[in-house]
Design a protein. Structure first.
Length: 87
């Protein structure tokens, strides 16, 4: 997981990268434990996989983001990242 929120404003992108392994067919993004985005993905195993979510108009505060990848074998979860909106 990564983010481009270098300025601390409420408009940014959150990205998930899976560099190796079996690809997911569904991406889910959670903000503070609440599902906010779902995307269908193409399975191109063993190639790397990426999904990007655009976040807009967030109020000042701290936000935790976590992604899940779903495929025929089940669900795997990413580590969480924290984003601080200061502007």
């Amino acid at each position: 997981m990564s983010s481009d929120n270098l300025e601390g404003n409420g408009n940014f992108k959150v990205a998930m990268y899976m560099w190796w392994g079996t690809n997911g067919t569904t991406y889910r993004l959670y903000e503070n434990g609440v599902l906010i985005d779902t995307q269908n993905l193409s399975d191109r195993t063993p190639s790397a996989q990426e999904a990007v979510s655009t976040i807009a108009n967030k109020a000042k505060g701290n936000y935790e983001y976590r992604a899940e990848l779903v495929n025929f074998a089940g669900v795997v979860s990413s580590d969480s990242i924290m984003i601080q909106v200061t502007k």
